[in-house]
Design a protein around this ligand. Structure first.
Ligand code: DP6
Length: 324
């Protein structure tokens, strides 16, 4: 086979990845837990072609060169090495969700690339091997290979740093309501942010406490215990943002409207609604609730000042090879 197409969902971390032990291999300082986001996906086709002089990349119909292409070629080079292949490839990738919506497209993009690229090269990689490969492109992409609720074990080397599923998508009817407060592109991307993490005096304490947070979060998911889940997810997000805000240079991703949403969510929970928040490296707020609360939560979110839209996603499956 010289061509293959794959799709992968982005994912939302409940316990966050922030900072690397090894920036090149993307070995994280701490393990993380996430949920794949169903209905949102990247679809990528990889075609190895004799006679191409360089790799080519198009994203949403636009040709990409420079650093964006280099990051893709880095993964294709690993695949070529594994398959003993020398041909360059044409990569065509499309996202069905808007960029700048608070959903990291690098996770779904590198998961789809790892799967489509390895298949197109004639390799039949195991799920852990695909997760390793996706991780080399973007750390969080390691978690978009397995399905449902996923844990990425930090590991200490390329071999033992990969993600696996801890529960199927149908295990818990959690819904992510993404409150959009800004669609502007962030100034500091995650890759640069990870490299700044060690400059915060709070990072060591955050990392040291991670096994405890992972244990509480994993147990809460397995037992579908929303109360325990809500408090650990909010704590973890706030801890990551404390590190971001205290690095040099400081990274402040929250906008006034992000804080407004977080404060409303805390208030609604105090009123007895099962709801909690988490925020990634951007201003938009991911608001989590069980299916039974979704109509109420979505309606309330749309009424919060500064919220321009709400996207809804449930737990999604693993990355898949598809017919084009
Ligand atoms: C805040 O995986 O996007 O979303 O490895 O440099 O591509 P790179 O970083 P990335 O970082 C994700 C950071 C986060 C937290 C998380 O998803 O765990």
């Amino acid at each position: 086979m010289t061509t293959a197409t794959a799709i992968a969902n982005p994912n939302l971390a409940f316990i966050k990845y922030w900072g690397n032990r090894d920036n090149t291999l993307r070995i994280p300082m701490n393990g993380s837990i996430s949920m794949n986001l169903d209905g949102l996906y990247t679809r990528t086709t990889v075609r190895f072609q004799l006679g191409l002089t360089s790799d080519q990349l198009s994203i949403n119909g636009y040709e990409v060169t420079g650093k964006g292409l280099d990051r893709i070629s880095y993964i294709l080079d690993i695949i070529r090495g594994m398959a003993n292949l020398h041909d360059r490839a044409e990569v065509i990738s499309e996202n069905n969700f808007p960029s700048g919506a608070g959903i990291a497209s690098s996770a779904s993009a590198f998961a789809a690339l790892a799967l489509a690229g390895s298949k197109a090269a004639g390799l039949d990689l195991s799920e852990p091997a695909l997760s390793h490969l996706a991780r080399r492109g973007s750390g969080s992409a390691s978690r978009s290979i397995p399905g449902g609720f996923v844990e990425w074990q930090a590991g200490t080397s390329d071999e033992d740093s990969f993600a696996f599923s801890i529960a199927e998508p149908g295990h818990w009817d959690l819904v992510d309501c993404i409150a959009i407060v800004s669609t502007a592109h962030k100034k500091t991307g995650s890759t640069e942010g990870h490299s700044l993490a060690p400059t915060s005096p709070l990072q060591a304490a955050r990392v040291e406490d991670t096994v405890r947070r992972l244990d509480i979060c994993r147990k809460a998911i397995l037992e579908r215990d929303f109360e325990a889940f809500a408090s650990i997810v909010e704590l973890d997000s706030d801890m990551m943002h404390s590190v971001m805000m205290t690095s040099t240079p400081a990274l402040h991703y929250w906008k006034p409207a992000s804080l407004e949403v977080m404060s409303c969510v805390r208030q609604w929970r105090a009123e007895g609604i099962q709801v909690c928040y988490t925020v990634d490296a951007g201003p938009n707020v991911h608001v989590l609730c069980p299916e039974t609360e979704i109509r109420n939560v979505e309606k309330r979110l749309r009424e919060v000042k500064g919220v321009s839209n709400v996207l809804v996603a449930r737990a999604g499956g693993p990355a898949k090879v598809i017919e084009k």
